[in-house]
Design a protein around this ligand. Structure first.
Ligand code: HEM
Length: 444
């Protein structure tokens, strides 16, 4: 099923903002303006717990059926929020930066949040770019994009090919591997080290990758994980402020001479937090799709063109960042037939929006050639220019080299035995066991 959405996103954003003024409440929405407030126990669905963990897609369907395109939900710890599931409503929030701000100090719900809240690391205010707005944000996002623009795609690709070959050499003779542990995280971790000027020291990189992963999990380790990463990145930033090199960390620092060391550390950590796990999950979810979906299985026998199709399909169907916190209403407003009050937290359900049945009335499969998903968010505050392209080069190279070297990859368990990680934010596999014909290591 192909949608009739325009591919020109700017035109779409503007149109959506305009349309939403006169849009009637979505088909399933309750009779709107006087709908129950966030947190009404009779109406709010839980975006956590065993049901959500087992089948988040079913949870989204249920919330949409019962609550409409914008619904009250409870986050971990029964914290109130609005959950935006509609594609059109998501676009509206992303494009209307005047009404939907990002500084978490605007939130009217802080009183109910315990200090050990697992979502705290990436929601509590700190001096990082995703919490800035307006001109301050523009300045820092531009500095990021200018730094990313200096990445030579051919050089990056060459590094990733080398990393991929080295990693495959370690498991190729065994004839079996768990791609999550043996490969999927490792290529982006090594690429991140190369890009950001980190020493290629295994223990340090392990601290970084593990700390970032844990900081987004739904458990009590999240805060400690982020603190470990912050310490590691602070050392890097200190070194690069004194002695810059030809790497992204130094370029970002040189592009923003007036930021403090604390702000540089926070922003470099955000860059890595965006680059490393999300690119890893893009690789993992694409490999899973190719190993389980007959339409894309031809990729495994060498059709490179369909790797791009599978990667795009994943951005629609299994986008690495499922849910985004978020936005905070700057004033009372209406959204999807709901009355949102100033200070309310608005969680963007990127995965739910991509699967919106108003876009895909039949079944949400087959998105070939359609890049209008919201996996990278969009608008002024979306993933900055250069981010998606850098991630694509790393992910595509990792997948291509793997399929070139190990063309007969087969899933070692039934598809429904694959387990997903328990995370509010992410869509990522716990493991991806495969078997294949043992192959020799490369000469290099
Ligand atoms: C090398 C790879 C990447 C880099 C350097 C990067 C960089 C960034 C940065 C710096 C931000 C914060 C933007 C801001 O605060 O304005 C961001 C946000 C974001 N990124 Fe990326 N990113 C990368 C890969 C990805 C991937 C693979 C995905 C998902 C498929 C992704 C999805 C997002 C989303 C959804 C946001 C949130 C934007 C919002 O708040 O609306 N990014 N990224």
């Amino acid at each position: 099923m192909v949608t009739n959405l325009q591919d020109d996103q700017d035109a779409q954003d503007g149109q959506d903002a305009q349309d939403s003024q006169d849009t009637p409440a979505p088909q399933h929405a309750p009779d709107a303006p006087d709908a129950p407030p966030p947190g009404c126990p009779a109406h709010a669905a839980r975006l956590y717990g065993p049901d959500f963990r087992r089948r988040p897609d079913e949870t989204y369907q249920r919330i949409r059926r019962d609550g409409g395109q914008v619904a009250p939900v409870l986050l971990e710890g029964d914290i109130d929020a609005w959950f935006v599931l509609g594609y059109r409503e998501t676009r509206q929030v992303l494009s209307d930066t005047e009404t939907f701000g990002r500084d978490p100090r605007r939130w009217n719900g802080w009183d109910s949040v315990p200090p050990d809240w697992p979502l705290m690391p990436w929601v509590a205010y700190s001096p990082m770019m995703p919490f800035t707005e307006g001109e301050e944000h523009r300045r820092r996002a531009t500095a990021v994009s200018e730094a990313l623009a200096t990445v030579d795609p051919f050089v990056l690709r060459g590094h990733c090919e080398r990393f991929a070959d080295q990693l495959i050499d370690k498991f190729a003779p065994r004839g079996r591997a768990d791609l999550v542990y043996d490969y999927i995280y490792s290529v982006p971790t090594l690429a991140t080290a190369e890009l950001f000027g980190l020493p290629q020291d295994e223990a340090g990189l392990e601290t970084l990758a593990a700390g970032l992963t844990v900081s987004f999990l739904s458990d009590e380790e999240a805060i400690a994980g982020q603190q470990r990463v912050a310490g590691y990145v602070a050392e890097l930033v200190r070194a690069k402020r004194e002695d810059p090199g030809p790497d992204l960390t130094s370029r970002f620092i040189l592009n923003t001479p007036d930021l403090t060391e604390e702000q540089h550390t926070a922003d470099v950590m955000v860059l890595m937090a965006a680059a490393l796990p999300l690119t890893s999950y893009w690789i993992g979810n694409t490999l899973r799709l190719m190993l389980t979906d007959e339409r894309l299985a031809m990729t495994l026998s060498g059709n490179r063109r369909s790797i791009g199709e599978a990667m795009n399909e994943v951005l629609w169907a299994d986008s690495p960042l499922q849910n985004l916190i978020g936005r905070y209403a700057t004033r009372d407003t209406d959204l999807g037939g709901r009355r949102i009050h100033a200070g309310d937290l608005v969680v963007l359900g990127l995965a739910a929006a991509n699967a919106d049945p108003l876009l895909w009335p039949d079944t949400p499969v087959g998105h070939a050639g359609n890049h209008s998903h919201v996996a990278f968010s969009s608008g002024d505050y979306g993933c900055p220019a250069g981010g998606p392209e850098t991630a694509r080069i790393i992910a595509e190279t990792a997948i291509e080299v793997l399929l070139d070297r190990v063309p007969d990859l087969t899933l070692a368990v039934a598809p429904d035995e694959l387990k997903w990680v328990d995370s509010f934010w992410y869509r990522c596999l716990d493991s991806l066991p495969v078997t294949f014909s043992p192959t020799p290591v490369t000469a290099g």
